[in-house]
Design a protein around this ligand. Structure first.
Ligand code: OFO
Length: 170
């Protein structure tokens, strides 16, 4: 039996995963609009992945016979100054989600809710993977001194993201 506070927080996480999916969809559309098809493919790939995260939590709530309440999802930003800003915002967002998952894990442990803690292991590992991925991209950005976003630098990062999308099909 899940505690009411845990049910509330898990439902909030459902909404957060939907927001993440919409954020990446919007980022992908922005990249597409800039002619950055590799970056667009990379972000588009994250859209169903985030929805799978949503479904994993919903399935767990259902398994626990706990109510699912799908909350309103805020609209993601539509304007970005540059591709670097998009990548930075994606990384910041993943850090935020990691903090949310860690809070949930802490709450589960504190209340001896070991089933939820066990379910959350997937998310803890997933967030670590996501952080490594985005940190790696930011390292590449630094490596080619991607500050002024010259056409050449943008082309290289776009290609790098394209390869990354092809290397990690989900
Ligand atoms: Fe990007 O991992 Fe879920 O939110």
């Amino acid at each position: 039996m899940l505690k009411p506070e845990m049910i509330k927080k898990l439902n909030e996480q459902v909404t957060a995963e939907m927001y993440a999916s919409n954020l990446y969809l919007q980022m992908s559309a922005w990249c597409e609009d800039q002619g950055l098809s590799g970056a667009a493919a990379f972000f588009r790939q994250h859209v169903p992945e985030e929805l799978a995260h949503r479904d994993k939590i919903i399935d767990y709530l259902i398994e626990c016979d706990a109510p699912v309440t799908v909350g309103a999802v805020d609209a993601p930003p539509t304007e970005f100054k540059s591709l670097v800003e998009v990548i930075n915002k994606a990384f910041e967002h993943e850090l935020k989600v990691t903090a949310m998952i860690h809070d949930l894990a802490e709450m589960a442990l504190d209340s001896k809710d070991f089933n939820t803690f066990n379910m959350l292991q997937f998310f803890i590992a997933e967030q670590r993977e996501e952080e490594v991925l985005f940190r790696g991209i930011l390292d590449q950005v630094k490596l080619i001194a991607f500050k002024g976003e010259t056409g050449e630098a943008m082309y290289l990062i776009n290609q790098f993201l394209q390869r990354s999308a092809q290397a990690h099909p989900h």
